[in-house]
Design a protein around this ligand. Structure first.
Ligand SMILES: [Zn+2]
Length: 269
């Protein structure tokens, strides 16, 4: 499913086509996404797009009187079409732009959503979110503070949006290998050196994934229809029955809170 790098890749790709452009109208072929598409989006008419931002895995379209909040769910993607293309079965929404281009939303599993907010301040989706991992607010001091006395395992803890946003299953597996930390380690057992390394690896891996256009496992496509290329850089995620590329030991697979956890007993402590 799209994680932070895929959402950020999408944002950077679509931004230059959208900011300063106007949404002439929308075509909503299927309102039934995870939540029904907001009525304000159905009725949109000649709205100037002021900015495209991202918070956690939400894409935020800033308009004059409000915000469109888009979540790509499990299988959503946004593409810029420069000419008319026949809509296929899973192409649920088009935003028709003043210059003739189209922003098309495709989502086979329909776990994504398109909501409207008059303002984002105190919005229920935003209010409990932790810091952005690539921001300066997310640093060693912050993570040490939050880790104090925490008895949960490190992997599900890092995937908790209240601690830090946007760390999904794929990248958390990779980050813990790069940090040489076992996913089952109790958070409070991590020392400052380990937390420092963890913070560095979180930023490094997310930034590299963004540079490669994200990871495409099934449905994710960049705004221009290309897949992401970070798959080739994955060292542990999805490597069941394979051997560690660093030490050649067999990779272990367990479930943590129902999510697949891959790790190397030799490289991670
Ligand atoms: Zn290893």
């Amino acid at each position: 499913m799209p994680e932070l790098p895929e959402v950020e890749t999408t944002r950077r790709g679509i931004k230059s086509y959208l900011v300063g452009n106007k949404i002439k109208y929308s075509i909503v072929r299927n309102r039934r996404l995870r939540f029904p598409v907001a009525i304000e989006i159905l009725n949109i008419n000649n709205e100037l797009i002021l900015n495209i931002k991202r918070r956690a895995k939400y894409l935020l379209f800033e308009l004059k009187y409000g915000w469109i909040i888009i979540h790509l769910g499990m299988s959503g993607n946004l593409q810029i079409l420069t000419k008319k293309q026949l809509a296929l079965k899973h192409d649920h929404i088009d935003l028709v732009l003043a210059d003739g281009k189209i922003l098309r939303y495709t989502d086979p599993r329909r776990f994504g959503f398109w909501l409207w907010a008059n303002n984002l301040h105190n919005h229920p989706l935003m209010i409990h979110l932790g810091p952005e991992p690539l921001s300066n607010n997310f640093n060693v001091e912050y993570l040490c503070q939050r880790a104090k006395n925490k008895k949960t395992a490190i992997k599900p803890w890092l995937m908790d949006n209240k601690i830090v946003v946007g760390l999904g299953n794929i990248y958390t597996n990779e980050i813990l290998l790069a940090s040489k930390i076992l996913p089952t380690r109790i958070v409070k057992s991590l020392n400052k050196k380990e937390i420092t390394n963890l913070v560095i690896q979180i930023k490094y891996i997310l930034n590299s994934a963004i540079e490669y256009g994200g990871t495409t496992l099934k449905n994710f496509l960049q705004f221009d229809g290309k897949p992401g290329f970070f798959n080739q850089k994955l060292l542990i995620y999805g490597k069941k029955n394979e051997h560690c590329t660093i030490c050649n030991q067999k990779i272990t697979l367990i479930k943590q809170r129902n999510r697949s956890t891959y790790f190397c007993y030799n490289c991670q402590k």
